[in-house]
Design a protein around this ligand. Structure first.
Ligand code: CP
Length: 302
């Protein structure tokens, strides 16, 4: 595991090893951190905005005792603005660090970087229809932590699923577990793309495409809500309110189900839901720190 580019590269034993390490990292972070990695430098190179991914990776590195080089808007504050190719930028930055965390605006950006980088590349989200493997790993860890299993679960993905890189990456990971049932709930204009469904067919995963959550909200273990960009459905006469989670929807959910969201959210989860113990999205974001500490140490220790 030199680079982390897409979620398919993680096997079940690797995922379970990561989760074991994540438990340890949580203990280390909660007691203030360690100096074990004080000679390591992480570069965070973000061509697109980020709150959770960049801050949690940088916090992870600090909690491990390491150092961080960072540009939060590489489109403007890197040589991209002078026309430098991603490959050249990566070759240069790799001279100054031990790992590069990259959010690139083009699908396939992380793969291009990994193909030439002398130091490990971690994909922090590529393009709008690519992948976000570290988000999917923290999502999976959250499900494991909250539901106490990864087998036999039913998960409903809701929202803009076609270009949802977190949904795409998490679907790949969930397909590795037994008796999983996936529901993709979205207006047909923004439903999950066929490449994911082909993968699920190959793996024999049970799934269903739906256009409203009413049918399944009372029986799923996990509702994985995502943002719908309203402008994408202009003039399509789609009632987006039927995809929102509010107190009425909450009442129809199982008492032990959870609501997740990679965040940021807009109106798709009402703020009144936040106080319910089933609202797991802030715990999910917290887990990002521990999972990313674990991923960095797996790279550094190999
Ligand atoms: N979930 C996620 O990737 O959030 P950011 O865009 O804030 O990093």
């Amino acid at each position: 595991m030199r680079h982390i580019v897409e979620s398919q590269q993680f096997t079940v034993p690797k995922i379970l090893e990561l989760f074991e390490r994540t438990e340890l990292m949580k203990k280390i972070a909660l007691r203030g951190g360690t100096r074990d990695y004080e000679h390591k430098i992480m570069a965070s190179l973000f061509y697109k905005p980020s709150t959770r991914t960049r801050f949690s990776f940088e916090a992870a590195m600090f909690r491990l005792g390491g150092k961080v080089l960072s540009t939060e808007q590489a489109m403007e504050f890197s040589s991209e603005i002078e026309g430098e190719r991603l490959e050249d930028t990566i070759r240069i930055i790799a001279n100054y660090c031990d790992v590069i965390v990259l959010r690139h605006h083009e699908e396939g950006g992380a793969k291009r970087a990994a193909a030439i980088s002398p130091v490990p590349i971690i994909n922090a989200g590529d393009g709008s229809g690519g992948q976000h493997p570290t988000q999917a790993l923290l999502d999976l860890y959250t499900i494991y932590n909250e539901c106490k299993t990864l087998d036999g679960l039913s998960v409903a993905f809701v929202g803009a699923l076609d270009y949802g890189r977190t949904v795409r990456s998490l679907a790949y990971l969930l397909s590795k577990f037994e008796r999983v049932k996936l529901y993709f709930v979205a207006p047909k204009e923004i439903q999950i793309k066929p490449d994911i469904l082909e993968h699920l067919d190959e793996k024999g995963v049970n799934y269903q495409l739906l256009d409203n959550i009413g049918e399944i909200i009372g029986k799923v273990d996990v509702v994985y809500q995502t943002r719908i960009e309203r402008e994408r459905l202009e003039n399509k006469h789609v009632d987006l309110s039927q995809y929102n989670i509010n107190l009425d929807v909450l009442q129809r959910m199982k008492y032990n189900s959870i609501i997740m969201h990679p965040l940021p959210r807009s109106v798709e989860i009402d703020h009144s839901v936040d106080a319910d113990p089933r609202a797991a999205y802030f715990r999910q974001a917290e887990n990002g720190l521990y999972v990313r500490m674990a991923l960095l140490t797996m790279i550094f220790d190999k």
